[in-house]
Structure formats: C-alpha cells, structure tokens
Design a protein around this ligand. Structure first.
Ligand code: LCS
Length: 396
C-alpha cells in the first residue's frame, strides 16, 4: 500500500494484501506452531538468519506479523513486536534495555503491575528505580544517574489521568543518551504518537482500545528496527510471552474501527466529565479535556483528543465509593478499559491494590477515587445510571 495513506485507511489495510492470500478479504489465521522446511539446508539457513522465512511460531508467525506491520506504521515506527499481554510487553522492554546495577526513572504513577515489576527487578536483579513527578525538567535532571538507562512514562497516568510532557522529557533524555519508553495504552496512536515527539519505544496493552471489545489480552511494542530486533532475539524469544495468531487476528479486526470507536469514546467521555463536574457529590474530575487542570496545556500540545477514561473523587470515603459502584445498574464493575461497555472500578482496592498505601498516596490514588472507562453506549444512558448512583451518596 502507498505509504502516505491516511490513518483511517492504514488501520484497515496496512500489513495485509488479499492478493497474496487467494483474495481472502479477511486475513487468514495461521494457526500453526511450526513451519515445514523443504530441506535440511533451508532449516540451517533460516536458523543462521541467512534466509527469510518462518521457523516456529514463538519466533514469528504470518498473522502476528501482519499486526506488527500495521501497528508500526500507525505509531510511525520502523517495526512492531507482539506479546501475549501488556505486561509481557512492558517486562520484555524493561528487562531487555537494562542489566544489573542499572537505574530506571519512572513517572510518579504507573499501572499497578508495572509498579510490581519495577519492585521485582530491584529485589531480584538489582535494577533500581525512582518514581518522580515529571512536570519539571530540573527535577528530572537531578534524578538522572550515570547508570540511568530508561525513562518510563505513562501519559495519561493510570488512574490519576496526570499528563507528562513527552517532548520536554525526550529533550532532557537526549542530553543524557537515555531511552524514553512510553506506555501509550490510554491514547492509542489515534490520539498521541510518542515517537513523533522524540521518544524511542511505544508500548500498548492491546487488551484495551486496540482490541476494543473486551475479548483479548495482548501487548504491542513499536520502535526502530535495531531495538525491535534486539527485543525479538532476547527477552521475547527466550522468555517467550508471545501473542497467539488468533489474538493477532482479533486485534487486526479491532484496529479497523479504532478511529470510529475512539471518536465515540471521546465524545461520550467529554459529556460525562462535564456532567460529573456539575454534580454536588463529586469533589474533583481528572480528565485531559478539563481546561481548569494545570496540565491541560500538555493535552493541547500532544493529544488530538482527550480520550475515554475519566477519574473522579467523591465527597466521601471508601465505603461511599463502594456504595456508589454497587448502586449502578448499567455500568459494569470491572477493571480494564477501552471496551464497548462502560467499566467502573475503585483503583485503591482493585488495579492499584498491590501498590503500598504510602506510594498510593504519593501517586494521588485516594480511597475516594473512582475510574470510569466510558464505553460506546448512549451517553445519556451512561449519565442517567451514574446520576442515580451519585444521588444515593449525596447526603452522606
Ligand atoms: N499498561 C497500562 C497503562 C495498563 O493500564 C495495563 C493494564 C497494562 C499496561 C498491562 O496490560 P495487560 O497485561 O493487562 O494487557 N491495565 C489494567 C487496568 O487498568 N485495569 O485492568 C488492567
């Protein structure tokens, strides 16, 4: 396909050519563990890397490759790599870029299991980290050590929705030759493209908006060819958290509607965020579309739209948050995000329960914080359900 096609065309066509597959409009699922060599010499050449071709599905699979090519183009990188989960992707990247006695600088606030991985890397492999507020370049500079290899960022940060200025951080990192890794799960390349802002690696929990239908757990990484080849031949191949061909097929299908879905998620979320802001039971709304927020200028700079996830605090505590959630009728009580269904969860006791209370407080994950992944239902129906639940806690 012509390289200069627009995003809405690339999500549908890139990485797949029906002419090469008997005219099949939908891509085939190469559900095979291994590939037959015509002779022993071919096997030798493929293992030696002297001949292109598939060997074994942990090392590469045609359906998975279609997805890797598509996501690479969408993120504006050279190559993509698919994993069995977002955490398989995060761990392959962080373990692939570091060795014992290295240091990672991380945004103050990340998904709970990424926090768990950083702690495990420190305990088991002597790879240290600092979680810092990334709003001030001088603060970042003062935390950079001679052994800092990676700056790892989520933006918006899960679940506080704080934003990090990717261009600013990548400029600081460039002065020290440090790789900047961005978890772009909340935005997808439709909303934010970190590689175009000077960052080096993009990671996705493709479980979320990329899949979009709550039926697959998967991860993706995009970067330059050398970095992807290094990850493919080390932490991916030897730890082995690969994606199945069927999951790649689901994601190829999900990607086709990404721009349409993201626009609807954003339209609904803007409506819900405004309605929450006006409700007396709501203390504060954390949403990149909130123009009263101190980091709103970052959203304006690097995001095309504010996304579909909103967090908010209520006037009350943990019991009130749980009561509100329990009163809902349409909204589903579930972790994850980016699905057609609106999902609601309580980060302090769910996604971020593994983070010790002291660190949770530093990250801003209080007991009265609630996160909503606004779905694709009627925005009026979503609000009616939330409103009736907010009424129940109004007079506590
Ligand atoms: N990165 C981010 C920003 C995430 O939100 C998650 C999962 C992951 C990585 C890990 O991806 P997975 O292995 O689950 O595909 N976040 C979840 C959440 O907020 N609720 O449930 C899972």
């Amino acid at each position: 396909m012509k390289k200069d096609r627009r995003f809405e065309t690339q999500v549908i066509h890139t990485g797949y050519s029906s002419e090469q597959h008997h005219g099949s409009l939908a891509p085939p699922i190469y559900s095979t563990s291994t590939f037959v060599f015509p002779d022993a010499e071919t096997g030798e050449q493929r293992f030696a890397g002297d001949q292109d071709g598939y060997i074994y599905s942990r090392l590469g699979n045609p359906t998975v490759k279609m997805l890797e090519e598509r996501i690479a183009v969408l993120e504006g990188g050279e190559k993509g790599l698919a994993f069995g989960s977002g955490m398989a992707a995060v761990s392959a990247v962080l373990l692939g870029l570091t060795r014992s006695q290295d240091h990672i600088l991380c945004s103050q606030g990340v998904y709970g299991c990424t926090f768990g991985l950083l702690r495990m890397m420190k305990d088991k492999f002597d790879i240290d980290h600092d979680l810092i507020d990334m709003s001030d370049p001088e603060v970042i500079e003062t935390h950079i050590r001679p052994n800092t290899q990676v700056i790892f960022i989520e933006t918006p940060i899960n679940p506080t929705m704080t934003l990090v200025d990717l261009e600013m951080v990548s400029q600081v990192a460039a002065r020290h030759n440090i790789m900047v890794v961005v978890d772009n799960t909340f935005c997808t390349p439709y909303i934010q493209r970190p590689l175009s802002l000077g960052c080096h690696i993009v990671i996705h929990s493709a479980t979320k908006y990329i899949g979009g239908h709550g039926d697959v757990v998967a991860g993706l990484v995009v970067s330059d060819s050398d970095t992807i080849d290094m990850l493919a031949s080390t932490t991916q191949k030897d730890i082995g958290g690969v994606m199945s061909p069927f999951d790649a097929w689901l994601l190829l299908r999900g990607l086709k509607t990404l721009p349409v879905r993201m626009d609807r998620h954003c339209d609904n979320a803007i409506y819900i965020a405004n309605a929450l802001k006006a409700h007396p039971s709501v203390e504060h709304v954390f949403y990149p579309g909130n123009d009263e927020s101190s980091d709103y200028y970052i959203a304006q700079k690097q995001m095309t739209r504010p996304g579909g996830v909103i967090s908010f605090t209520i006037n009350g505590g943990k019991e009130d948050a749980q009561k509100l959630i329990n009163t809902l009728q349409l909204l589903k009580i579930a972790v994850s995000l980016g699905d057609a269904e609106t999902l609601i969860q309580h980060p302090a006791t769910m996604t971020h329960a593994v983070v010790p209370e002291e660190s949770r407080t530093k990250m801003g994950i209080t007991d009265n914080l609630i996160r909503i992944s606004v779905g694709l239902e009627s925005k009026e129906d979503i609000w009616e359900d939330l409103e009736q639940a907010l009424e129940v806690i109004k007079y506590v």
